[in-house]
Ligand binder design. Structure first.
Ligand SMILES: Cc1cc2nc3c(=O)[nH]c(=O)nc-3n(C[C@H](O)[C@H](O)[C@H](O)COP(=O)(O)OP(=O)(O)OC[C@H]3O[C@@H](n4cnc5c(N)ncnc54)[C@H](O)[C@@H]3O)c2cc1C
Length: 435
């Protein structure tokens, strides 16, 4: 008899499995219907030996020192600050919109103060900001909205920003300085050896049994367990009794090219051309060296496929509330994660949500207490970089290293990720960003 059956081996399920096994000494069975652990953060070495993210680019960033400290037990990190360019008017321009975006797009030479005044002049007054369109036009006016946001959002969501909740575009700031980082969080890192390796370490405990290619529906009759943690879709658990919660999906097309590097940054957005929304080039994210090849992914939004983004519309929130009420009637079943709570969460938010649930289950009052494992000692080697204390790195590396992996080399430097990295050059000489 297991103390807990955990459905889903993504961040939500894996963090709970680790805490319950290690800190509370519970016996855990964690299952996933996919053939791998890691959920949407799963990464793997493709046939060309390049580490890629199967479900699109995952960039770790957080302001939570507890979440960062907790995950640092299972991975060392590589500092990485994410930058994105948008292909607009035959130029590659920084997004979020900042001083350089406006100057390079229109050929201005504004200072920050002048740009503030310019935004004041071009922004459209909106009395009640309700939609994604309202958010943008009320900050930067119609032209920048049309060029950078409208087409991208229409592709991404299959509907006009005027029909979408303000939440979607509120996540993207507008800046009047030259800060071109996509995120401004305190901790911005990538797991040094990838997400999957980190998940292997999280789940590496004798109390944890893992079953892959296994869905909850097929296994529930055959396993005995006292409690259930469900990180799959909440509507699926209740057999869609009130109807399906809508999700937007993505089709990922992965390609390897015979060139050392394709684009100056990890992600280039295409708001106005093509059916895909963006192209990701992984070597920028991972810092992997590979002399002759690079791997990229195109993202094509669609209504078919795996559930990725809950659709933020009021009627969907009402539908979710009906399911939520049902979850509250089941004392030994806990719903957690982005599918279990029908909410778009970043990875750090899901980790915090899982740790908070663990805190409740184990009568801990705070995140700090929830991550506390009295038996564990943390080894800090240099500021901000932690070496996991719970695993034998040598043993794992030996077990898992494949022939392909041995052909790659890791770079630990802060900025340049590649010998001929164009990013470091282009950041200082922005005109090179133009096509
Ligand atoms: C394209 C894309 C890019 C993203 N980029 C970022 C980023 O850059 N930074 C960031 O912080 N976050 C990012 N995210 C969000 C991130 O993916 C999520 O925060 C995280 O994966 C959520 O973890 P989870 O455990 O809740 O869900 P998941 O990772 O989806 O894990 C749930 C698991 O449950 C399994 N499952 C579901 N139902 C069942 C069932 N009935 N039986 C068995 N198994 C089941 C699924 O197969 C899945 O593996 C991105 C998401 C997407 C879609």
């Amino acid at each position: 008899m297991y103390d807990y059956l955990i459905v889903g081996a993504g961040f939500a399920g894996s963090v709970l499995a680790e805490r319950l096994a290690k800190d509370a000494n519970k016996k855990i069975l964690i299952i996933d219907r996919r053939n791998h652990i890691g959920g949407n953060a799963y990464d793997f070495y493709n046939q060309d030996g390049i580490l890629i993210h199967k479900y699109g680019p995952h960039i770790f960033h957080t302001n939570s020192s507890e979440v960062f400290e907790y995950l640092s037990r299972f991975t060392a990190w590589r500092p990485y600050e994410h930058r994105v360019l948008a292909s607009v008017a035959d130029k590659l321009l920084p997004i979020p919109i900042n001083l350089d975006t406006v100057n390079w797009l229109y050929g201005h030479d504004f200072t920050s103060e002048e740009l503030e005044k310019y935004f004041e002049k071009i922004k459209e007054p909106v009395q009640h900001i309700r939609t994604s369109e309202d958010v943008v036009v009320s900050q930067v006016g119609r032209d920048l909205y049309e060029k950078f946001f409208r087409g991208y959002t229409r592709k991404q969501w299959g509907m006009d920003p005027s029909e979408l909740d303000k939440l979607v575009t509120s996540r993207i700031p507008t800046r009047t300085n030259r800060d071109d980082r996509y995120f401004t969080d305190e901790f911005q890192y990538m797991p040094l050896h990838g997400y999957t390796r980190m998940f292997e370490n999280i789940l590496d405990h004798p109390n944890i049994h893992i079953a892959l290619n296994t869905s909850y529906a097929e296994i529930k009759k055959y396993v005995s367990f006292k409690n259930l943690i469900f990180t799959g879709p909440v509507d699926e658990y209740f057999d869609y009794c009130y109807g399906k919660l809508p999700y937007r999906s993505l089709q990922f097309v992965h390609e390897t090219l015979d060139t050392p590097l394709l684009q100056p940054v990890a992600v280039v957005n295409y708001p106005n051309d093509h059916d895909y929304t963006r192209i990701t080039e992984y070597k920028h994210l991972t810092g992997q060296h590979h002399n002759s090849k690079t791997s990229i992914t195109y993202e094509y939004p669609s209504w078919e496929g795996d559930p990725y983004y809950p659709v933020p519309k009021p009627e969907n929130a009402v539908l979710y509330q009906k399911y939520k009420l049902m979850t509250e009637t089941l004392p030994n079943v806990h719903f957690v994660g982005r599918l279990g709570t029908y909410r778009y969460y970043n990875m750090d938010q899901v980790v915090a949500q899982a740790l908070t649930l663990y805190g409740k289950l184990s009568n801990r009052k705070s995140l700090k207490e929830a991550i506390d494992t009295r038996t564990e000692k943390k080894h800090v080697t240099s500021p901000g970089i932690y070496v996991p204390s719970t695993i034998s790195v040598g043993r794992r590396a030996g077990n898992l290293k494949s022939g392909l992996e041995s052909s790659v080399r890791w770079c630990g430097c802060k900025t340049a990720t590649q010998t001929n990295c164009t990013r470091t050059v282009t950041r200082r000489a922005p005109t090179i960003w133009r096509r």
